[in-house]
Design a protein around this ligand. Structure first.
Ligand code: AP5
Length: 210
């Protein structure tokens, strides 16, 4: 099962991917998470991409494709995987087609107003990366991760200016992938605006129908 999760920032790609991957025991490959890990560890890659990510721009295609290609060379992808946030440009999609097949592209739909509400209220565990929301997915104890007790923080690219930029980058560079994959009969739309359990149920139904 090789899936791509597509959708605007804050559509819930990461939240749904982590639950589905746990259930199907396949790796959740999020380019955003891989970049954030590199930044945290201050690797050469992390230093190169930090300012780009904080502003909400896209990391150059060449660096991103190389990162995913290396990740897909690992043994754990044998049963399949979910690519969350990759590809994000036509160049990346063309590159991916040279080293992996794709079974379906799940496109999570959500309005711009919901994007802003979700990203403005998102909190992330500094230690394990688990995601929360101040209104909808609250931790048991405010500011503390339920899973590991780590501190919950705001992502630098969830600042209002960066959110605005990420949305415009999405419409310019990523939305064209909907047509790209529709032409290959791979797009499956899921309404990402409902409650998490409903979105998971709809995603599962698509997987079951594949
Ligand atoms: P990335 O981390 O991929 O960011 P993104 O695509 O903008 O997506 P998000 O992580 O913001 O949102 P999401 O859809 O995963 O939503 P989430 O589940 O967190 O990328 C970050 C940056 O890295 C990019 O801007 C770029 O610079 C770089 N990058 C990454 N990939 C790249 C690539 N391929 N090429 C070039 N550059 C790349 O949910 C959001 C919030 O809503 C959370 O608080 C969550 O708890 C809540 N929530 C989720 N679902 C629901 C629901 N159904 N109901 C209520 N609340 C919900």
């Amino acid at each position: 099962m090789k899936l791509i999760f597509l959708g605007p920032p804050g559509a819930g790609k990461g939240t749904i991917a982590s639950r589905i991957c746990e259930e199907f025991e396949i790796p959740h490959i999020s380019t955003g998470d891989l970049f954030r890990k590199a930044i945290k560890e201050q690797t050469d890659l992390g230093k190169k991409v930090q300012a780009i990510i904080e502003s909400g721009d896209l990391v150059p295609d060449s660096l991103t494709v190389e990162l995913v290609k290396e990740r897909l060379d690992k043994q754990d992808v044998e049963k399949g995987y979910i690519l969350d946030g990759f590809p994000r440009t036509i160049v990346q999609a063309d590159a991916l087609s040279e080293f992996s097949s794709v079974d379906a592209v799940i496109n999570f739909t959500i309005t711009d107003e919901q994007v802003i509400k979700r990203l403005a209220g998102r909190r992330l565990c500094k230690a394990c990366g688990a995601g929360y929301h101040v209104d909808t997915i609250k931790p048991k104890k405010e500011g503390i991760c339920d899973k590991c007790g780590g501190e919950l923080i705001i992502r630098p690219d969830d600042a209002p200016e960066a959110i605005k930029n990420r949305l415009s980058v999405y419409y310019k560079s990523t939305e064209p992938l909907i047509d790209y994959y529709s032409n290959k009969n791979l797009i499956k739309d899921v309404d990402g605006s409902g409650a998490v359990d409903k979105v998971i149920k709809d995603t599962r139904a698509i997987i079951a129908s594949m």
